[in-house]
Structures are given as structure tokens and as C-alpha cells.
Design a protein around this ligand. Sequence first.
Ligand SMILES: O=c1ccn([C@H]2C[C@H](O)[C@@H](CO)O2)c(=O)[nH]1
Ligand SMILES: [Zn+2]
Length: 136
Amino acid sequence: MSIDRGLRDELLAAAKQARTRAYTPYSGFQVGCALLGEDGQIYMGCNIENAAYGPTNCAERTALFSAIAAGQLPRSFQAIAVVGDTNEPITPCGVCRQVMVELCHPDMPVYLSNLHGQQHETTVAALLPGAFGLKM
Ligand SMILES: O=c1ccn([C@H]2C[C@H](O)[C@@H](CO)O2)c(=O)[nH]1
Ligand SMILES: [Zn+2]
């Protein structure tokens, strides 16, 4: 499972654009995400924080939940890209990794990057070894 370089760059650019929509009055740390649907449509996500902190939604989950709510089927996605202003390419939190395992194919490519243009490619399964699931 892989997508071509042009599509990957388009996905990373969309994640960077989504990042500008982040609502982060508490951390000031903006994250953007772009999820590529089966049909080539791109679903964008940003982190959305909350005064109670706990309800905060990461960029990755915003994109995944938006796509599912828009009618995309679980495990139908082609790739996901995440961008944050980090020294090394951003790395998703444990909650988002668990949600990716639930809603994405294990071999789906995950493109992690930062604003310096550094990139790291991994997969959903590699991000969460030993993931919990009911069918164990
Ligand atoms: O991969 C990540 C890591 C962090 N955040 C958000 C959550 C919170 O709003 C802020 C600081 O953790 O960044 C994301 O959206 N995605
Ligand atoms: Zn997260």
C-alpha cells in the first residue's frame, strides 16, 4: 500500500493548510492533518482545544472522524499526513494511534512531517505494536 509522490506532497500541503485552522488558545501548538479517501478526496483536520483540557481533539482524530461522518468507510483510506511545528517530524499521541488502528488498514502509510520539511514515513501497525482489539 503506497501512494505516488505527487499525491503524498499534495496530502502534506493539505495538512499544512489544515494546521492554520487549529483552535489552540491553551497550548498554542497547532497541528494539521490530511486524510486521503478511497476516491481521492482529502479530509482535513486540526486540533481543537477546550478549557477543560480533556475534551481536546487532536488533528488526526478530527480528520478521521470528519471523514467517517461524511460517509467514508472504515479502513477504506489510502494515507494520512500530519504536520506540526516540531524539531523532528511530529509523532501522533497514543489515543490517535489507537483510533487509527480502529479506522485504518494496518499497512496504510502515515506521513509525519514538520515545518522544516522533514518527513518520516511509517504505517498504522508500526505506530502501535500490540494494539488492543476485541478479536485477540
Ligand atoms: O499528534 C498530535 C500531537 C498533539 N496534538 C495536539 C493536542 C493539543 O491540542 C496540542 C498539544 O498537545 O497538540 C495533535 O493534534 N496531534
Ligand atoms: Zn492525538
